[in-house]
Design a binder for this molecule. Structure first.
Ligand SMILES: [Cu+2]
Length: 267
């Protein structure tokens, strides 16, 4: 988990320490997982890497042994193996079995992500050239007038950041953060207004294409409080690299107080 000691702003926001999940320099590993889906992905990756190491080791050993043992000098030895049916069966069935062995956890993970769980809150996320728009219309029936919570998140350029830039992340900060409650089943509807985009937050294990004229649906369950960053992951034009996503996972109580402050409730 990446913790930025300079992030006074985030620490003070709710008078709580908030961990940061942003990419670090030369990072080669995954972001820390914040959702069951991402935990599954990381575990599956580790599982595959073990199998992969054994295969790589075995194939290299086989290759080197073949090169060293079977040369023009001892052709009598190698001719025993040419057009060998037994060998063909073995080297076809073993990889097939390995693939089967890997397919089971892979499909389990894939379908567990698609599981339909009755959501508590629905969010609509709209990709634009080049910013993300968010809509929350769950409360439209219990408020006065047209009170959908709706806002757009634009990237903050360095000039837009406060004087003391410590704790801010270049090309990842947006003018406002999306607030998601933690430990709550959320459903995200993702679409685009113009061209293809992709709403991606590595810590959640989410990467959902935003297609114009189509609503893509995904469930999200955030397990811990934090500040999560992501970027558009579908080439969408010149400013594709400048439409980041910053999501804040907050307590349900904090989230509710935010909603109460935003909405004009029917008295
Ligand atoms: Cu893009």
């Amino acid at each position: 988990m990446i913790f930025n000691p300079f992030s006074f702003f985030f620490q003070n926001l709710f008078n709580k320490k908030i961990f940061l999940d942003c990419p670090s320099n030369w990072q080669i590993h995954f972001s820390d997982s914040a959702s069951p889906a991402m935990e599954g992905i990381v575990n599956f990756h580790n599982h595959i890497m073990i199998v992969l190491s054994f295969i790589a080791f075995f194939v290299s050993w086989l290759l080197i042994t073949c090169i060293l043992s079977y040369s023009d000098d001892n052709i009598s030895k190698s001719t025993k193996f040419t057009h060998s049916n037994e060998l063909e069966i073995v080297w076809t069935s073993i990889p097939a079995l390995i693939l089967l062995f890997l397919a089971t956890p892979s499909f389990t993970l894939l379908y567990s992500m698609d599981e339909l769980i009755e959501p508590v809150i629905n969010f609509k996320i709209i990709g634009h050239q080049w910013y993300w728009g968010y809509e929350l219309s769950d409360y439209s029936t219990c408020v006065t007038g047209d009170n959908n919570i709706q806002y757009n998140c634009y990237m903050m350029v360095l000039e837009g950041l406060p004087e003391n830039r410590k704790g801010y992340f270049r090309l990842l900060e947006t003018n406002r953060r999306v607030l998601f409650p933690v430990k709550t089943h959320l459903r995200l509807y993702i679409t685009a207004a113009d061209v293809l985009h992709s709403w991606t937050v590595p810590s959640f294990g989410l990467k959902v294409d935003a297609c114009p004229g189509r609503l893509n649906l995904i469930n999200l369950f955030i397990k811990r409080i934090g500040l999560f960053f992501g970027q558009c992951s579908e080439i969408c034009g010149v400013n594709h690299g400048f439409m980041p996503i910053s999501v804040m996972g907050v307590d349900v109580v904090q989230y509710n107080s935010y909603i109460i402050s935003k909405v004009n409730w029917i008295k």
